[in-house]
Design a protein. Structure first.
Lengths: 495, 329
């Protein structure tokens, strides 16, 4: 049997590795997406004081420390049996929206977007932020830098530090927002709304107006019918900070909606001996392998799945774009709500609609008079001893689950992170792309690499979060081997 | 080939926050790119390791190496970049002292695997599988690198020229270091800590100190501290007094204690020993006048014992580099 290995050139850090096995005819027999590293937070956090977890777990990932900090703070609310004050919840959400704006911006312009803006077949050296600037203009590059800078400034004001924030405490937030800070944040939020609209317009001009790109988005290669997960408020509107976790089936019918604390009744994680990363699936349906459909327990937790799981968005401009999204991609209405979109490349578009929602929501919160209230924390009166907290991280639903002794020293820690939810789905997308692009011993072109990369880049996979390796893009090396494992051809690229 | 000095930035076992800190130089990042030729940085560009291997030894002017050493490959990269670089800087807390990943040194490899694959709340693992170095599947053999027993600092693997502390280093300090190198001013003696002060975080902290003595310690969830007064004097275990300055004291400014990410101040070998002596000296033992030294010691010990997880608190970022790191192994 012939074998293709896709491995990061910087395997040393162990980002991720793909093994593709070919049958006697040279077609794909099977693929394995392996995650070859582990740092072990679930073990070494045991014995630590529970209240230190927002600061310790932010170090899972330097790209999205805010998500871990927030899920952790919410788990502590439960572990200490304390309800945060109304102002604290708003400050937390405001902080979180600034983070979403900067994170989604980075992914679109630097990581995933170049495939579209510059083009999937452009030279690898062009498919990056600089290539985007070249195609869309220098002003775009300046706007991206300015957007990151102003939102990191907000993160620093509210969270105490630009990277690895400190302000989350059980029952609230450690610092209040002054009137001057509020005014500055409101101005920044307004700039963010403009920037998000500008970005959607850019996507419209470059991607949606190009029939070739639309065909690519709607092609069968990047299509999978799975369950969709996302957090919704009491009106089934998307919410990043709080709510219930809702799962809809591939046809768009609500499968289940549950409190975060009940996650273990609904999600189970499968262990495979060939990867450090676990495979979560829907417990009530069961693990049926790496397959699509209503009978399979595979689900996704991504910007696309969040839109699929929600009935609508809570802010006006984002809602307009939400409706246009489902109309353009031909989703019908089922039981009074839209049918899910299963074109995985549409995740990029969904991410931009979320960017607009985060910016609008940030603006609403910055204008809320209660945001400057000094009533920012509730001191816990007891130790409940167990707490589950979740948020929507940019890459999917993030769950922190802690159990402590009577002194609030941790005895058990379980983390189900954004990218991990999508582990099975990512594996399936890789297999489908490989099946499409590797046929009968043809020589594999460089373009193949990017088409396979596109299949997982759309998930914005963060293996730093998932396993505590490294974030961002995945460098690749493809070795094509015959059945004795001898290398026949080697292609490599790291970006 | 450009005649600019060459810069490389590499990540070993880390979270990526050190790279984000570099990108958070914002417009200064473009100035950095003007002065240096960035020759290797997997986060931002396409250079391959084979190309680094092909570079003449000593041809990279400056390497900022972040992340702890967790695997043999981390170790190999450290040795490769040492050979290729004139200046090798341990950049960030993990590379300097082990950082948060080194908390893992308090547990064994087996304990990690048992917890993660054997005992979690959401686990489906009746077959008691855990990841293996080699796995036979119907199509062939799949391999994973081994999960190592201990985390090491960069200086425990190779000779390091300078140490830049912080989790992550604050962007204004990164810029100070880059500016100093660009300007060509004489460099500090090898082995120095750069991009930081020499004193303690207390020097940068605006809170008032009153040399007060304490009857007990409080954990951060128990009290909302007065925002103007010294946190330690309010009974919160703030690591500021045992931590190098340079960060600008952002954590106490946000009404949270310093957790020690910049490592010990100049001249202090061990951050934990320093904080323990500071904590001991601030306790109110007045009412125990006339006690025997033994009783007094016992009283101090009782009060210190009210702090849960002392090792993980005093060596939050330094478990691999500290004297304790040695003992834990």
């Amino acid at each position: 049997m012939k074998r293709v290995t896709i491995n990061p050139i910087t395997r040393l850090e162990g980002h991720g590795k793909i093994d593709i096995f070919l049958d006697e005819e040279g077609n794909v027999a099977n693929t394995y997406f392996q995650v070859p590293e582990l740092r072990g937070f679930e073990q070494f956090c045991v014995g630590r004081p529970a209240e230190d977890m927002p600061v310790i777990t932010s170090r899972i990932c330097g790209v999205c420390p805010e998500a871990h900090h927030m899920a952790s703070s919410k788990a502590l609310d439960r572990l200490f049996g304390v309800e945060p004050t109304a102002a604290a919840k708003k400050i937390r959400e405001l902080f979180y929206m600034a983070f979403f704006v900067t994170d989604h911006t980075t992914h679109f312009y630097a990581l995933g977007g170049p495939d579209f803006i510059v083009g999937p077949d452009a030279a690898p050296g062009e498919r990056n932020l600089l290539g985007v600037v070249k195609k869309a203009g220098l002003d775009v590059g300046k706007q991206v830098i300015a957007c990151r800078a102003r939102n990191h400034h907000v993160i620093e004001i509210l969270g105490g530090r630009g990277i690895h924030p400190v302000a989350g405490v059980p029952g609230g937030w450690s610092r209040h927002v002054s009137a001057a800070e509020r005014a500055e944040i409101e101005t920044i939020a307004t700039q963010n709304v403009e920037f998000a609209l500008f970005t959607l317009k850019l996507f419209d001009q470059i991607v949606l107006s190009n029939p070739a790109y639309l065909d690519l988005i709607m092609s069968d290669v990047y299509h999978h019918q799975t369950y969709s997960m996302g957090t919704v408020d009491e009106q089934n509107r998307l919410n990043f900070y709080d709510g219930k976790i809702r799962i809809v089936d591939p046809k768009g019918r609500e499968f289940v909606k549950y409190e975060t604390a009940d996650y273990a009744q609904h999600i189970a994680e499968r262990v495979e001996p060939w990867t450090y990363l676990k495979f979560p699936y829907l417990k009530k349906i069961g693990w049926k392998g790496f397959v699509d459909g209503v009978e399979s327990g595979v689900y996704t937790a991504t910007p696309l799945s969040r839109l699929n799981a929600a009935d609508r968005l809570a802010t006006p401009l984002a809602q307009e774009h939400f409706e246009r999204f489902y109309q353009t991609l031909g989703a019908k209405t089922v039981e009074g709500r839209h049918e899910p979109v299963h074109y995985r490349l549409a995740t990029h578009w969904a991410r931009l609609i979320e960017l607009l929602y985060a910016a609008e929501r940030m603006q609403e919160l910055a204008r809320d008079p209660e945001i400057t209230s000094p009533d920012i924390r509730q001191i816990p009166q007891n130790i409940a001893g167990e707490g589950v907290g979740s948020v929507e991280a940019p890459r999917g639903t993030l769950i922190h689950h802690y159990v402590s002794d009577e002194k609030a020293v941790l005895t058990k820690v379980n983390l189900v992170v954004g990218t991990t939810n999508n582990h099975a789905a990512i594996s399936m997308s890789i297999r489908k792309a490989a099946e499409k692009f590797i046929r009968g011993f043809e020589v594999v072109e460089e373009g193949f690499l990017n088409r396979v990369e596109m299949a997982f880049r759309l998930y914005d996979p963060c293996l730093s979060c998932a396993t505590h390796t490294l974030p961002g893009e995945m460098p690749l090396i493809v070795n094509i081997r015959n059945h004795q494992g001898e290398s026949l051809q080697s292609l490599r690229r790291d970006r | 080939m450009s005649s600019k000095p060459k810069l490389s930035v590499y990540w070993a076992s880390s979270c990526g926050g050190c790279e984000i800190a570099l990108v958070n130089l914002h417009e200064n990042f473009l100035r950095l790119a003007e002065h240096f030729e960035l020759v290797f940085c997997p986060c931002l560009m396409d250079t391959k390791i084979a190309e680094v291997e092909a570079m003449p030894d000593g041809s990279i002017t400056l390497t900022l190496f972040n992340g702890a050493i967790r695997t043999e490959e981390n170790d190999e990269m450290a040795r490769l970049l040492r050979r290729k670089s004139k200046l090798l800087v341990a950049y960030g807390a993990c590379s300097y002292q082990g950082g948060i990943p080194a908390l893992s040194n308090f547990s064994s490899r087996e304990e990690h695997l048992r917890t993660i694959y054997g005992e979690n709340a959401s686990l489906d693992n009746l077959a008691k599988l855990s990841p293996q170095h080699q796995t036979e599947v119907s199509e062939g053999t799949l391999e994973l690198p081994a999960f190592y027993e201990y985390v090491k600092t960069l200086a425990q693997c190779v000779k390091v020229d300078y140490f830049m502390p912080g989790c992550p280093p604050e962007p204004h300090q990164i810029w100070h270091v880059i500016e100093a190198i660009i300007s060509g001013q004489p460099l500090p003696p090898p082995g120095s800590v750069i991009g930081a002060g020499r004193s303690s975080v207390c020097d940068e902290c605006a809170r008032e100190r009153a040399i007060k003595v304490l009857p007990r310690f409080y954990r951060t969830f128990e009290v909302a501290p007065n925002p103007d007064k010294c946190l330690l004097e309010q009974g919160i275990v703030c690591m500021g007094i045992a931590t190098r300055d340079g960060c600008g004291a952002p954590c106490p400014t946000a009404n949270m204690p310093c957790t020690g990410c910049y490592g010990p101040p100049e001249g202090v070998r061990d951050q934990g020993a320093k904080i323990v002596s500071a904590l001991g000296s601030i306790l109110d033992l007045g009412e125990y006048k006339g006690m025997t030294p033994e009783d007094l010691n016992q009283k101090v010990e009782e009060l210190l014992n009210s702090i849960p997880d002392p090792a993980g608190t005093y060596y939050r970022y330094g478990a691999a580099g500290s004297i304790l790191g040695g003992r834990a192994q």
